[in-house]
Write a protein that binds this ligand. Sequence first.
Ligand SMILES: [Zn+2]
Length: 180
Amino acid sequence: MADGKVMTYGEARRIARKLAEDTLEHYWTSGKFPVDPIKIARKCGIEIYDSQLGKDRWGMLIGGDNSATMYLDVDQPPSRKRFSAAHELGHYMTHSAAESFDGFEVEPIKPGEGYEDARSDQDRGNVFEVIANEFAGNLLMPEGKFRELKENGNSDIAIASFFKVSVDAVSYRSRRLGLA
Ligand SMILES: [Zn+2]
């Protein structure tokens, strides 16, 4: 992060929402569900591997010369894996879309460096993690469609099944949107 300006969680989330909207607009068919974060990541040139990352890791994103490589732990439920992929894609987009940052300077991911996301600290307060989680929620469950499903009286379980995410992810999104 550049010197001087400190990003608040509110700013981090606003940036994440914009990044997710831009990503859907450029790399996905509007209105098509469920959103496939792995397909989008491939379109962005990211290589993706299913890997044994051990008990404590959901996913990793490591920088390369021109792009990045994503590793997803094989031992996670499909809905959780989609969230992990969207989260790692959020890290990638954060570093490749610096123009979205309104004065916050973010460096590209250096080759061989990147993110390792542990299950044990998924809620850690680092702004880059806040961005990646908010990005993932917005990418997989866009606000307009989410509100529509809620207003039509769908249960969290039905909404989770529609977006192919976990019920926990739906509950969290509901709270963030003030719909819980
Ligand atoms: Zn992360």
